[in-house]
Ligand binder design. Structure first.
Ligand SMILES: *Cc1c(COP(=O)(O)O)cnc(C)c1O
Length: 414
């Protein structure tokens, strides 16, 4: 058996389909976000990043940096073990307590990433409940899909944000059957939000648990950055809120917040929680500083929303095909994998602007796009320059006209 050739063929297939992932080597420099150095074969070059998930630039905030450096000096680098085997530090305990308070829940549980938080929590819940059925939004993230698969639950996929479809499916399930509705608050590829209050009303009516992924909202929405559920005043209606420390909080790690019983059960049964080295104290303290800061300051959120609005207006002025997003995520549609990569590359090579192409399987074929994430550290001048360059590159490369709804369903969805 020639394993190497077999694997190479699979990689070649990715290239053939324009799905081969080219990583752009960037060196971020403290205090310079969104500027970074792009390391090319010819040497380093300064670029502006327009697609970072360090949405508020907190990855370079002095609060987080000071907390983290101090903690490394005080407690060293690693955690020393799993949570059970000497890995439960005071830093992680303080972080969990802060997260519980942020979401107004009894308890929180920290994982090594948001991906692991979803996978471990969903699979554990599925094992703990009695043959539950999972009602999953068709646009849910890969980590949610993986958790459902790993738990081997029966799942029922409802059309994205479609309350009628969700209710239709709920109606068809026996009342006594355990049900979990799993959805996100901000969908990161379209930049739209879910009707949380309406979903929780359905959950009450049909006696379902609710599981909400707030990864793209925590830090950025609600008076203290508690997410869209906090902003809409419905956090108390949600059984489990899941979030990340790796995006707006600028660190790394994931978490869930919920009742004592819920968190304790997942703590005791979640394989991805139990059998892995705990988060290092310094990471926990960096994230904690960032969360505390964003609970007390709304400046970053306000500026981020201003920049998002500004950019959307400029894109509209230039008739660039932006999706009508209601959040800080601004997708500009291309609708072709090769052209999407080409536009992204031209922006980087010719204009020093970095926006990574989003192709299948992250989004359905035919809906390839650039996903722009303006933040508080971008200026209106930078946005003007970006739109000007985008217009020129779109003119030169001529992507197919985007028609709403022309994407094929994503084979990974649900
Ligand atoms: C990024 C992401 C995750 C995973 O979070 P990480 O902390 O990056 O592992 C989970 N859910 C959604 C919707 C995401 O976009």
């Amino acid at each position: 058996m020639n394993y190497q050739n077999l694997l190479q063929e699979k990689v070649d297939q990715l290239r053939l389909e324009n799905r081969y992932r080219h990583f752009v080597e960037l060196e971020r420099l403290t205090g310079r976000h969104p500027h970074a150095l792009w390391h090319t074969a010819k040497g380093p070059r300064e670029v502006i990043i327009w697609c970072s998930n360090d949405y508020l630039g907190m990855g370079q905030s002095t609060h987080a940096i000071d907390a983290m450096s101090k903690s490394v000096k005080a407690h060293g680098t690693g955690a020393g073990g799993t949570r059970n085997i000497s890995g439960t530090s005071s830093s992680i305990v303080a972080l969990e307590s802060e997260l519980a308070s942020l979401h107004n829940k009894e308890r929180a549980l920290v994982f090594t990433s948001g991906y692991v938080a979803n996978e471990a929590s969903l699979s554990a819940l599925i094992a703990l409940l009695d043959n539950p059925i999972i009602l999953s939004d068709s646009m849910n993230h890969a980590s949610i899909i993986s958790g459902i698969r790993y738990g081997r639950a029966e799942k029922s996929i409802f059309r994205h944000n479609d309350l009628n479809h969700l209710e239709e499916l709920l109606k068809g399930i026996p009342k006594s059957r355990h049900k979990i509705i799993v959805f996100e608050s901000v969908y990161s590829m379209d930049g739209d939000t879910s009707p949380i209050a309406e979903v929780t009303a359905l959950a009450r009516k049909y006696d379902a648990m609710t599981y909400l992924d707030e990864v793209h909202a925590v830090g950025m929405y609600g008076a203290e950055g508690g997410g869209i559920a906090q902003r809409d005043g419905v956090a108390d209606e949600i059984d489990l809120i899941q979030g990340t420390l790796g995006k707006a909080y600028g660190a790394m790690g994931g978490y869930i917040a919920g009742s004592d019983a819920l968190c304790d059960a997942i703590r005791g049964y979640g394989s991805g929680f139990i059998f892995t080295t705990a988060m290092p104290p310094a990471l926990a303290e960096g994230a904690l500083a960032s969360i505390r800061y964003l609970r007390s300051s709304s400046d970053e959120r306000t500026k981020q929303q201003y920049m998002a609005q500004y950019l959307k207006e400029r894109l509209a002025d230039h008739r660039l095909p932006a999706l009508p997003s209601t959040t800080h995520i601004v997708p500009v549609m291309v609708g072709d994998a090769m052209k999407c990569s080409e536009i992204s590359w031209t922006l980087l090579a010719d204009h020093g602007l970095y926006i990574q192409p989003i192709n299948y399987p992250t989004v359905p074929r035919g809906t390839e796009r650039l996903r722009i994430t303006p933040g508080p550290l971008h200026s209106t001048e930078m946005a003007d320059q970006l739109v000007d360059c985008l217009a020129r590159v779109f003119d030169a490369i001529q992507p197919p006209a985007y028609v709403a709804g022309n994407g094929k369903p994503n084979s990974l969805a649900g």
